[in-house]
Design a protein around this ligand. Structure first.
Ligand code: FAD
Length: 386
């Protein structure tokens, strides 16, 4: 198979049944009033109670082994669950990073003690992780991180500042990428990952407010944080390989094209029962057709992951197309159903949902690796193919 093949995927019967179960669960949650139907719910919808109820249904840590609290289900079943949650705008932000990448990374790289300590808690929706990768001058160029990990008697000391650390003020732990060997010749060598308790002495969290005024991001200062030996995740010096593996999970999911779908759903609901023009119908049709195509491509990536492949180039294609679609959808919906965006309007009303999606728009093509960086990956994938 080449870097650009996306074979058609048909969802298996158990996945179809599962979709109905998830829809029933979401209908009950709507009646509880926990679902606002906002865009970007995986990034800003932090609700520990919702995460725990989801975990009780077995929908967190779905692909983890049963001996670590998981459910040993397939990647496509997990896909069905998360696409339903995203399409509904459900508040999945608390457990999102644990479920998507911290859990799989600990399973792949962690010690037996780390696996038994963290994975069952994650799968129970009781342990939430942040990503401690980016810094002031180390975003796209992640290998230039300056946070230092020094060996000290009994463990490690971490010093530095991470930036854009989502959820660090509410989550429990972060996986931090740090330089542990300044002398390593290759800049990708000498990096290591650590599991850091976000309430440990020496950790200082400083908010960075979003355009909307929400507190989601942070500076995450590590002022000489002392860690035991067992905080090291994986092998010392192997951080680059590990972090690259994590980025594959981070970039490949349906949250890279579904973040703003709840806004389209809200607009269509508002139009229902009114006289809809041919122009409005055609524009909605075009959006839905693009959505369908993106979903097929994204399912191809999920399938490849399930088959044990590393579909980095295919994931970059979907993320580039998908994140641009997320922003374009907001502008298109605004043109189809004009309204004055109003962040102060009734929560869940169309003007409020529109304002929320608009104010989050700058983030869609940046987070998890910018589109320029993804296109570099795609171009190199194309070269490798010939
Ligand atoms: C909503 C959101 C959530 C985030 N959450 C987290 C988080 O939880 N944890 C975390 O660690 N990080 C997080 N990030 C950080 C994110 O990974 C970085 O913002 C991203 O990788 C870009 O890095 P940068 O901001 O330093 O921009 P830079 O790397 O400085 O890039 C600036 C511009 O230059 C372009 N550019 C840079 N290098 C090249 C190149 N080689 N070729 C072509 N163009 C280039 C970029 O595409 C971009 O347009 C988050 C970011 C956002 C927006």
């Amino acid at each position: 198979m080449t870097s650009f093949d996306f074979p058609p995927v048909a969802l298996p019967e158990p996945a179809r049944r599962l979709r109905e179960e998830v829809r029933d669960f979401l209908a009950a949650e709507r009646r509880r009033g926990t679902i606002m139907g906002r865009a970007d719910s995986w990034f800003t919808g932090w609700d520990a109670g919702f995460s725990r109820r989801l975990a009780e249904r077995g929908w967190i840590g779905m692909t983890l082994p049963k001996r670590y609290g998981g459910h040993e289900r397939g990647a496509l079943e997990r896909y069905v669950v998360i696409e339903e949650l995203l399409a509904a705008g459900a508040p999945v932000g608390a457990h999102w990073i644990s479920d998507r990448q911290a859990g799989p990374s600990i399973l792949r790289n962690g010690t037996e003690r780390q696996k038994t300590r963290f994975l069952p808690e994650m799968a129970a929706g009781r342990c939430f992780f942040s990503i401690g990768m980016s810094e002031e001058h180390a975003g796209s160029d992640l290998a230039s991180v300056r946070t230092r990990g020094e060996r000290v008697p009994g463990g490690w000391r971490l010093t530095g500042t991470k930036k854009w650390t989502g959820g660090a003020h509410v989550n429990d732990y972060a996986i931090v990428l740090a330089r542990t060997d300044e002398a390593a010749g290759d800049r990708h060598a000498g990096l290591s990952q650590f599991i850091v308790d976000l309430r440990a002495p020496g950790v200082r969290i400083e908010p960075i407010k979003l355009l909307s005024g929400e507190h989601t991001f942070n500076y995450f200062h590590l002022d000489g944080v002392e860690l035991g030996e067992d905080a090291l995740l994986g092998a010392e010096g192997d951080g680059w390989r590990q972090v690259t593996g994590e980025l594959a999970w981070e970039r490949s999911g349906p949250e890279r094209f579904l973040s703003t779908l709840p806004l389209l759903v809200a607009a269509v609901r508002k139009l229902a029962g009114t006289t809809v023009t041919g122009e409005q119908q055609a524009r909605i049709g075009r959006l839905v057709a693009r959505l369908h195509a993106l979903r097929q491509l994204s399912l191809g990536v999920a399938m490849a992951l399930q088959a044990g492949q590393s579909p980095d180039v295919r994931a970059a294609v979907v993320k580039d197309l998908g994140t641009r679609f997320e922003g374009e959808l907001v502008n298109e919906v605004r043109a189809i159903l004009p309204a004055v965006p109003d962040p102060a309007a009734t929560p869940g009303s169309y003007p409020e949902l529109l304002a929320f999606a608009l104010m989050h728009s700058p983030a869609y093509t940046l987070r998890g690796g910018t589109n320029e960086i993804l296109r570099g990956i795609i171009a190199r994938g194309g070269e490798n193919r010939s």
